[in-house]
Design a protein around this ligand. Structure first.
Ligand code: FE
Ligand code: FE
Length: 399
């Protein structure tokens, strides 16, 4: 008996889950695929999750009509944190004749090393990882190869058409999209008739308190402190130059929101979301957080103000002819009071509150100097940084 296991919150179950399960069933000659919802996944906030009975009912609406798929309550009877390693061990004990195939998404694979007992997972099951059909990104292949060697295990890819379906997106838009595009008709009807996800209507925009809470969880402590410091500095600069201080504070809060996502995952996320990266950015993944941060500001924090989004996207390199807000974030990021390493900080801190263009000219000059010292080939320096320098130098010299 060959059994596929697809775990998750299933809040709600959607078409991408079903496609992965069926593809795994067909390609790997499985006898069944179990949809195994977790009661309280270790990495999610409990109160955000829909009542388990609703989640089970929705899974059953799918599995009851498909002989390939089965609902499993195997994880539901367990108390406390439920880890995949324990689930697989216990399942194997009670079903010794079954060969297990553990199905996961490529995002999960990137963090697989840091899961609880990954070595047990790979011992109990063959890993099947869902990949995009058009995936040309080598980082996923490299990660798979790395894990195969590290754990001496079997990992196979399941190729699927690119899909933008996610449970988060469905919860947030359940009442404003054609639901059956994303979930089977029966599930769509269930969601509507049980008023599920109503509390998400109009709640998309995060409050500053929610953003702070979220950043505190996703950023390293020193990065979080830097973020607060940039936001406060941006607000002071906004007061000085007549920009909206709340807008500057918000842009400051979000400017580094993608900074603590690791390089491989950042590049993969850009790839999956059609965020174009230059050759230079691919070679210097530390820069990617600016564009990725701008993307997260829109999709995760639901910021629609273009000026804020651009201020995040260009905070590291700057660009010619920046808006007032872009200038403020660029400068605040460099001069915020917790910075110590950059040269001329005290001069720049004084200048910043008098003359933004001059400050940008000097900052980009120092950044270029630094890059020239640390980069082997000068041609590899990002053109935005050079253009910013030349543009603001020209402004300062011609007045
Ligand atoms: Fe940054
Ligand atoms: Fe920063």
């Amino acid at each position: 008996m060959r059994t596929g296991i697809l775990g998750g919150t299933f809040d709600p179950i959607h078409r991408a889950h079903i496609n992965i399960a069926i593809k795994a069933y067909e390609e790997f000659g499985l006898d069944k695929v179990l949809f195994m919802p977790s009661p309280n996944p270790p990495h999610k906030n409990e109160k955000e999750i829909t009542d388990i009975n609703h989640r089970i009912n929705m899974i059953k609406l799918v599995t009851d009509n498909n002989p390939k798929l089965e609902f499993s309550d195997f994880e539901l009877s367990r108390e406390g944190k439920v880890y995949s390693a324990d689930t697989l061990t216990l399942y194997k004990e009670s079903h010794p004749d079954e060969e297990l195939f553990f199905i996961m998404g490529s995002d999960s694979l990137y963090s697989f090393d840091s899961w609880y007992k990954p070595e047990v997972i790979v011992k109990m099951a063959t890993i099947l990882v869902a990949c995009r059909e058009d995936n040309t990104n080598n980082s996923l292949k490299e990660k798979i190869e790395y894990l195969r060697k590290k754990f001496d295990c079997e990992i196979h890819e399941i190729y699927l058409k690119a899909s933008n379906i996610s449970s988060t997106m469905i919860r947030q838009n359940a009442y404003s999209v054609e639901l059956s595009d994303f979930v089977p008709d029966a599930v769509a009807e269930y969601i509507i008739s049980n008023n599920l996800y109503k509390s998400y209507i109009g709640s998309k925009r995060f409050t500053n308190a929610q953003i702070l809470d979220d950043l505190q969880k996703s950023l390293k402590p020193s990065r979080y402190e830097h973020t607060l410091s940039v936001a406060n500095t941006a607000r002071e600069l906004a007061d000085t130059f007549g920009e909206n201080p709340n807008k500057a504070y918000l842009a400051g809060l979000l400017h580094d929101c993608a900074k603590c996502i690791d390089d491989d995952q950042s590049i993969e996320m850009c790839k999956n979301n059609n965020i174009e990266l230059s050759e230079f950015e691919l070679n210097n993944p530390a820069l990617v957080h600016a564009k990725l941060g701008a993307f997260l500001a829109q999709t995760k924090y639901h910021i629609i103000d273009e000026d804020i989004i651009n201020a995040i996207a260009y905070h590291t390199t700057g660009r010619p002819d920046m808006s007032l807000l872009e200038k403020i974030i660029f400068v605040a990021d460099y001069i915020e009071p917790l910075r110590t390493k950059q040269p001329y900080l005290s001069m720049l801190r004084e200048c910043a509150f008098k003359d933004l263009d001059y400050t940008i000219y000097r900052i980009s000059e120092d950044t270029l100097e630094y890059l020239k010292k640390t980069t082997e080939n000068e041609n590899q320096i990002d053109t935005n940084t050079k253009d910013t320098y030349l543009y603001y130098k020209n402004i300062v010299e011609n007045r």
